[in-house]
Ligand binder design. Structure first.
Ligand SMILES: CCCCCc1ccc(-c2ccc(S(=O)(=O)CCO)cc2)cc1CCc1ccccn1
Length: 240
């Protein structure tokens, strides 16, 4: 809850990340380059390096029919579903339950040749926010994942190189009520998903390898994850 040592950082980071996610790829100035497209999904990146390491920010926008923002965030946030959709995940541990909407994770991802295996420690927070651009529309749902230290799991103590990331999944639900006043069904809802991520790969990895990994893995991840949510929810009542 709000007494936890991480709470001030969570509050600040969530607000900052949602504001960034709301900026379209046009508005945040030049530099965004479209690198993947699939149906309604558009994936952009900016080529940035920090100390010679690739830390390309990524922004993906996708519109998916038949699911809501609450549902997308529910399946992204809750650990019990993660092995179903996160293909590069080798090991996931919930280190701490900070509150019912905030968890501390340790994840190790499968090694990607020729780079060494990576792990990450991050807090994850799920939140509903009023949509200030559409007062009477449905709320925005978001999940923010942000790397943090954990004294029990110091960086680079074992075989894995520790990575550092900030991820924001922001979901805006759209309802187009049926003309005949019938109850809202899945045919009347769609979700605009904005996924932003900045990953520092930790130890050195060849820029060409990193960019190839991201180019392959991110589109696969977002397609697989959204298909998973559609499949999990298709016969369940709508979650707003
Ligand atoms: C040489 C490769 C070094 C980097 C490997 C890497 C880095 C970051 C991540 C990653 C990406 C998304 C998240 S999340 O959105 O928070 C969801 C929870 O799991 C957490 C971790 C993964 C991977 C492994 C490769 C890879 C790259 C993209 C997408 C998927 N896999």
């Amino acid at each position: 809850g709000s007494q936890h040592r991480l709470w001030p950082e969570i509050e600040k980071t969530v607000k900052q990340q949602v504001e960034m996610a709301k900026l379209g790829v046009g508005e945040c100035g030049t530099g965004w380059q479209l690198f993947a497209e699939d149906g309604e999904m558009r994936m952009y990146r900016r080529e940035e390096e920090v100390d010679g390491m690739v830390v390309d920010p990524l922004k993906a926008v996708h519109v998916v029919k038949g699911i809501t923002g609450h549902e997308v965030c529910h399946y992204f946030f809750n650990p019990q579903y993660r092995y179903d959709w996160e293909t590069t995940l080798e090991q996931m541990t919930v280190l701490e339950t900070i509150s019912e909407d905030s968890l501390l994770f340790l994840q190790t991802h499968k090694r990607i040749w020729p780079a060494s295996q990576r792990d990450v420690v991050f807090w994850s927070h799920m939140r509903k926010l009023p949509d200030d651009q559409d007062q009477d529309g449905p709320d925005i749902w978001t999940v923010v994942n942000n790397s943090t230290e954990d004294s029990e799991h110091p960086a680079n103590a074992g075989k894995c190189v520790r990575i550092y990331l900030t991820v924001c999944l922001m979901c805006q639900t759209r309802v187009d009520p049926p003309k005949d006043g019938a109850p809202i069904s899945r045919d009347n809802v769609s979700c605009k998903i904005t996924y932003c991520s900045v990953v520092n790969p930790g130890g050195w990895a060849p820029a060409s390898v990193l960019r190839a990994v991201y180019k392959r893995e991110y589109p696969k991840f977002l397609k697989r994850f959204t298909a998973y949510v559609k499949n999990q929810t298709k016969n369940k009542p709508l979650m707003f």
